[in-house]
Design a protein around this ligand. Structure first.
Ligand code: PLP
Length: 423
């Protein structure tokens, strides 16, 4: 029989029954019992084999601003005829400029839309190549496909799992127009090396900083690097607009173009003079985003404390490593991800399932790497492509529950469960 880590036979993972709300699950094989067990208890010791309801510990939860404060903001929005790209969008953009040190910010409806606008703004299209790491969320590659350009996947650095500058340079051809380095779980890529290479070859740098609001590189907040950076404000991010995205740049002309492109490509006289999207951010979303950005520092500090608890509690597990945060960077701690050792890669799904059976949601992340996703299968050079570091990271990465208002007791529960599964 196949065994998981710690010799757990896969078949001992009990069946999981979700309740319709998705907020709890039941484990075991007996008839349902109408009682709530302590969060960490798998079985009722007085009635072994019976079902016990466990509260589900989600992998992420948005930390939303104070409801009363938000209701005040919503009343202000609803009392004003301009309900999209109005006062709150402007205030959000200004708050992000102050936070990041970037000269300009354009709020949009999602990071994916922002990435599409960024690639589009540089007229990148058919016949052009864009270099990017495959260890990322699919949007980094999708925006290249949407433009009819060719994504070129190159490997990532061991340990921090961000774009490998040497691999980037080796992949440059006369058709390369841009590179898209990605902030991974909050950890920035090696910006100095990447930008030096890009400058030498006349290549645009479009950062996918979806997970990096609140991260820093050599003491500077992310947001002011390269030609443009694109952040996500979706519900899984440390600061959220519920749904939304942000473009930041130091280039005034580019910011002006992006501002028009989020609104179909509309010029001041009403003419549509370039290809745009309907990608505005509504005032309601911007109000949530503004209050969320105001709380970002406290959220990153809370996550830093929680992840220290994780690192101390999980230290010394055989073969397991933590995502590296180089000393000249800081992370927003958007995710806390473990990497199971190379010899344990085949058990990642079993570990995920064993934790889920205890009511602990984890996420194989980023899985699958982009060069293994069907949508990219027809891209030249992708068939049979092996990128050893990205392939390892994607096969062995397991993100643990983390959110800014998570309790110490919940972290302790996860630590105990992970130790139990991996011991
Ligand atoms: C690295 C990365 N890029 C892009 C995105 C897409 O963000 P959005 O959902 O705001 O479009 C995400 C979202 O998780 C992400 O993690």
């Amino acid at each position: 029989m196949a065994t998981g880590l710690g010799g757990i036979p896969a078949a001992t993972v009990p069946p999981i029954i979700r309740d319709p709300s998705g907020n709890s699950l039941r484990v075991g094989s007996g008839p349902p019992r109408d009682r709530l067990g302590p969060a960490h208890r798998e079985r009722d010791e007085n009635a072994p084999g019976d079902l016990v309801t466990l509260p589900l510990l989600p992998i992420v939860q948005p930390t939303l601003p104070d409801t009363e404060r938000l209701l005040e903001d919503f009343r202000a929005v609803l009392g004003n005829p301009k309900v999209t790209v109005g006062r709150y969008v402007k205030e959000l953009e200004e708050a992000v400029i102050r936070l990041t040190g970037a000269k300009h910010c354009v709020a949009v409806s999602s990071c994916t839309a922002g990435l599409m606008l960024a690639v589009s703004a540089f007229d990148i299209g058919p016949g052009d190549e864009v270099i990017l790491p495959p260890f990322t969320w699919t949007s980094t590659g999708l925006c290249v496909l949407w433009r009819g350009a060719t994504p070129v996947f190159v490997d990532v650095e061991p340990g921090r799992f961000t774009l490998d500058p040497a691999a980037f340079e080796r992949a440059i051809t006369p058709r390369t127009r841009a590179v898209m380095p990605v902030t991974v779980f909050g950890v920035p890529p090696e910006i100095d090396a990447i930008e030096a290479i890009a400058r030498r070859h006349g290549i645009r740098v479009i950062y996918d900083t979806a997970q990096g609001l609140g991260s820093t590189y050599r003491g500077r907040p992310l947001g002011g690097f390269g030609d443009v950076e694109v952040f996500s404000m979706s519900p899984t991010k440390v600061a959220t607009s519920i749904e939304g995205g942000l473009l930041t740049t130091n280039d005034a002309a580019l910011a002006e173009t992006l501002g028009r492109m989020r609104d179909y490509g509309k010029a001041a006289d009403g003419d549509i003079d370039r290809l745009g999207l309907s990608a505005r951010q509504s005032e309601l979303h911007a109000a949530v985003g503004l209050r969320s950005v105001e709380a970002l520092g406290a959220c990153v500090a809370a996550r830093s404390r929680l992840t220290t608890q994780y690192r101390e509690g999980l230290r010394g597990l055989r073969g397991v490593s933590f995502h590296e945060v180089p000393a000249h960077t800081t992370t927003s701690w958007n995710y806390f991800t473990l990497f199971l050792g190379p010899e344990a890669v085949s058990t990642t799904q079993a570990v995920h399932d064993a934790l889920e059976a205890q009511g602990i949601q984890t996420k194989r992340y980023f899985y699958r790497a982009l060069h293994h996703q069907t949508v990219f299968a027809g891209v030249p050079g992708v068939a049979g492509l092996r990128l050893p570091v990205a392939d390892y990271a994607s096969a062995s990465g397991l993100a643990l529950p983390l959110y800014s208002h998570m309790g110490d007791g919940d972290v302790a529960r996860v630590i105990a469960a992970v130790r139990g599964v991996l011991a």
